[in-house]
Design a protein around this ligand. Structure first.
Ligand SMILES: [Zn+2]
Length: 456
C-alpha cells in the first residue's frame, strides 16, 4: 500500500549517493538499476539509520484513543468486546485507512493490516499490541504498541521504504481476559471456549467475536503454525518501576516469565476460642501464615529476579470467637527459568511440611496448569539493543513479569519486546503514565528494530 515506485536510474543514483558519500561506480549503478527493475528499493543502513518517527503525532493519537472509555480520573475502562472497545476499534481502523493501510478483521476478531513484501516467499514480520483495557485501567497499556505500529508504517511510507517481508500490523482482540485474539490467531481456541459465556460477559465468546467482525465458524480452521512468521515485535510500557529506578530508556525483554500456581488448603481444627487452651490448638491460620512467610523467605533466598506471592488468603469459619479451622490460599511463583521455579517449589514444600508437623495441621495442594515461560529470540534481542544504541538510548535486558500477546506469538516464531518506562511503576490503574518523550523513544526503537529485521 505504501511502496513508492522509484522512477529510474537517476533516483537510484541519488539514493545510492547517500550511502556511498557521492561516487557510485558503474557496476553499482547497474546493480541498483536492476533492483529497481524488480521493484525493490533497499536503502543502505546509513540512510535508514537516520529515520525517525513523528513523536508529536503518535502522542496526539494516544490522547485521541484515550477518549474511548475515558474515566473522570484520567484512566479508561475499555474492556474487550464492550461498547467503548468497539468504538475504539472503529476509530483505529479509520486511522489505519487514513494513512493508506487496509485493515481487516480476522476470524478471531483481531485487526490486521497487511502490507505486501517485495521478496517473493518471505514470511511476514508482525508488530502491534492491543487496545482493550482492564476495568478502570490506564491509557498506555497496549495502546502505545498498537499506535506505534501505525506510526512506524506511516514513517516508512513517507520515506518510500519498500519492505522485503510482508508487514502485518496487529491489534489483538481482548488481551486482558486471557490473550483471546492471539490465541485464536494460533488456532488455540476450541469450540467449547467459543460456546462458553465468561463471567464478565453476557454472551458467549463466539457471539462477541462475531460482533467485532470476526468469524467464529472459521476460528476452528484458522491457525498459524511454528515457522510461519519471520518474527513478532511488540512495544509495550513496562508496567513496573525498574527502568525508572535504573534511569534506563529502553528495556530489552528477555522473555515473559512462566508461572507456577498452587491452590492450597491448610486444615486444622475449629474450636471454641474461649475454652480451648493455647497449648494443643491446631490453628490453621497460624500454620498458613508461617507458610506465607516461608514462600517469601525461600523466593528471596536465591539471587535472580524470581517473584513469589500469596495473593489470596481466606480464613474459615472466619468468626471472632472460633479458632480458624481452615485456610484457603494461593501461591504463585514467576520466573523465566521453569526449572528454577520447580526447585523453589520443592523448597517451599519441604518448609510447608515442617510447619504443618509443628502446628499439628495438614495441607493439600492443587497445582494449576503451568504458564510456560516464553523466551524472546536472541537475534531479535540483539536487534533491539543495537537499535537503541544507534539512537543514543540506554538499554538493559529484563524479564517481563506481566503476560502479553507476545508469549503466544513466541510459539510460532522469533519474538521480541521493547519496554519503555512506566512512571512510578503504576499500571492497570488510572495513574498509569509514560512520558511522551519515552513513548517516542520506544517507537523509534521499534522502527529501527523492524528495519534491521527486514533487512537482515
Ligand atoms: Zn498490555
Amino acid at each position: 500500500m505504501w511502496q513508492r515506485r522509484v522512477g529510474g536510474v537517476a533516483d537510484v543514483v541519488a539514493a545510492g549517493s547517500l550511502a556511498h558519500g557521492g561516487a557510485m561506480n558503474r557496476r553499482e549503478v547497474v546493480a541498483a538499476a536492476a533492483a529497481v527493475a524488480v521493484g525493490r528499493r533497499r536503502p543502505s543502513q546509513p540512510e535508514w539509520a537516520g529515520w525517525r518517527v513523528d513523536g508529536d503525532r503518535i502522542n496526539r493519537w494516544l490522547d485521541e484513543l484515550g477518549r474511548f472509555g475515558a474515566n473522570p480520573d484520567g484512566g479508561v475502562s475499555r474492556v474487550g468486546f464492550g461498547d467503548a472497545d468497539l468504538q475504539a476499534r472503529a476509530w483505529f481502523m479509520d486511522l489505519m485507512r487514513s494513512v493508506g493501510l487496509a485493515p481487516a478483521v480476522d476470524p478471531a476478531g483481531n485487526i490486521l493490516a497487511k502490507v505486501d513484501g517485495a521478496e517473493p516467499g518471505a514470511k511476514p514480520l508482525i508488530f502491534g499490541s492491543h487496545i482493550d483495557s482492564v476495568p478502570n485501567g490506564g491509557r498506555y497499556d497496549g495502546t502505545v504498541g498498537s499506535l506505534a505500529a501505525v506510526e512506524v508504517a506511516t514513517t516508512l511510507r513517507s520515506r518510500g521504504y519498500r519492505n522485503r517481508h510482508p508487514f502485518w500490523l496487529a491489534v489483538w482482540a481482548d488481551e486482558e481476559s486471557g490473550l483471546v485474539g492471539s490465541r485464536g490467531f494460533l488456532g488455540a481456541i476450541g469450540p467449547d471456549e467459543l460456546a462458553a459465556t465468561r463471567t464478565k460477559d453476557r454472551e458467549p465468546l463466539g457471539a462477541l467475536i462475531k460482533r467485532v467482525g470476526g468469524d467464529p465458524e472459521a476460528v476452528a480452521g484458522y491457525r498459524h503454525d511454528r515457522g510461519s512468521i519471520a518474527g513478532y515485535l511488540e512495544l509495550h510500557i513496562e508496567q513496573g518501576g525498574l527502568l525508572e529506578q535504573w534511569g534506563t530508556d529502553i528495556g530489552v525483554v528477555q522473555g515473559i516469565v512462566g508461572i507456577l500456581g498452587f491452590d492450597v488448603v491448610v486444615t486444622g481444627f475449629a474450636n471454641h476460642a474461649g475454652t480451648t487452651p493455647m497449648v494443643g490448638r491446631r490453628n490453621a491460620l497460624l500454620a498458613a501464615s508461617e507458610l506465607a512467610l516461608a514462600v517469601d523467605r525461600v523466593v528471596k533466598s536465591q539471587p535472580g529476579r524470581q517473584v513469589g506471592t500469596v495473593g489470596r488468603f481466606e480464613v474459615r469459619p472466619g468468626a471472632q470467637n472460633v479458632i480458624p479451622g481452615e485456610v484457603h490460599l494461593s501461591i504463585e511463583l514467576r520466573d523465566l527459568d521453569m526449572a528454577k521455579l520447580e526447585r523453589l517449589w520443592r523448597e517451599i514444600e519441604t518448609a510447608g511440611n515442617a510447619i504443618m508437623r509443628r502446628r499439628a495441621t495438614s495441607w493439600t495442594v492443587a497445582r494449576r496448569p503451568a504458564n510456560v515461560a516464553a523466551v524472546s529470540d536472541l537475534s531479535v534481542r540483539g536487534a533491539v539493543t543495537e537499535a537503541a544504541r544507534g539512537l543514543g538510548l540506554s538499554s538493559k535486558a529484563m524479564p517481563s513479569g506481566a503476560g502479553h500477546d507476545a508469549q503466544n506469538l513466541a510459539r510460532i516464531g522469533p519474538m521480541g519486546m521493547i519496554f519503555v518506562p512506566s512512571v512510578g511503576g503504576i499500571s492497570h490503574a488510572p495513574k498509569e503514565f509514560t512520558a511522551p518523550a519515552d513513548v517516542t523513544n520506544g517507537v523509534n526503537v521499534l522502527l529501527q528494530t523492524l528495519l534491521r529485521l527486514d533487512q537482515g
